[in-house]
Write a protein that binds this ligand. Structure first.
Ligand SMILES: [Zn+2]
Length: 264
């Protein structure tokens, strides 16, 4: 049964999305998702929303039930998934309040359940391009339409957390090509790929990371403050991006991501 075709995960400070939602309790083989799923309509499209950290931010980044969250979306019929997040900037030329439509990512997480293929069925999903080009295009188009400061493309470094980086770590992340840094894109993006969902991120830059020269360390309260001030913008951006999602999935390869892996 298709209850929704498009899914949205809320990040820190982003706990409600739809105007007139219906609440659905979903259970999965991986336990319950972080919160009840809310489902509603945007421009005639059925949309499901889960705050990935739970309704009251009770799941820190390393404890988010990523597998249950992504599975619940699939169970409801979702084929397209937006996973926006807050992020720190690793570069002076990406200032706070910029929206980065990431096209690459580096996974430096350590202790998370990061696959649906735990055996006996084994597969190795292609992950060269973690983000769906069609959804990314929708996010960029919506940013242009709304006049939102944005950056097309960027590499998200995903750290384990919950602590922030040391200055040396932060400098290293920039040196290896990172543009922004967060704690939740993995395993979320990889799990979506394993279920052959289209997945895209837009990162709202809340602060400069500590490796950017001359920057004082940030507190979580400051991060939440900037995020809160820009939450309406993020919501508007997603509302404008959703109608841009094409009905059919012929424009990308996400729907057969497992093809050639020996399990399709
Ligand atoms: Zn796709």
């Amino acid at each position: 049964m298709t209850t929704a075709e498009i899914g949205v995960f809320g990040g820190s400070g982003f706990y409600a999305f739809l105007d007139d939602p219906e609440e659905i309790l979903v259970d999965t083989p991986y336990g319950k998702p972080a919160a009840a799923v809310t489902v509603g309509s945007i421009a005639g499209r059925r949309v499901a929303f889960i705050p990935r950290h739970g309704k009251d931010h009770e799941f820190p980044p390393h404890r988010v039930p990523y597998r249950a969250n992504v599975w619940a979306m699939k169970e409801l019929g979702v084929t397209r998934l937006f996973g926006p997040s807050a992020a720190g900037s690793l570069r002076r030329d990406i200032p706070p309040r910029t929206f980065v439509v990431c096209d690459q990512a580096i996974d430096l997480t350590k202790s998370r359940e990061n696959t649906f293929f735990d055996g006996p069925i084994t597969t190795h999903v292609s992950f060269a391009d973690p983000y769906c080009p069609v959804l990314r295009q929708g996010l960029v188009g919506a940013s242009v339409e709304l006049g939102i400061d944005h950056r097309v493309g960027g590499t998200m470094v995903v750290i384990e957390g919950p602590r922030f980086s040391t200055r040396a770590e932060s400098k290293m992340f920039a040196t290896v090509g990172g543009d922004v840094i967060g704690m939740t894109q993995f395993p979320e993006a990889a799990l979506a790929k394993e279920l052959e969902l289209c997945f895209a991120n837009v990162a709202l830059v809340t602060d400069y990371d500590v490796g950017v020269d001359g920057i004082a360390p940030v507190s979580h309260a400051e991060v939440l403050k900037v995020f809160g001030e820009n939450l309406d913008k993020l919501r508007d951006l997603l509302f404008a991006a959703i109608p841009r999602v094409p009905e059919d999935r012929s424009g990308c390869d996400c729907s057969h991501a497992l093809g050639g892996s020996g399990h399709d």
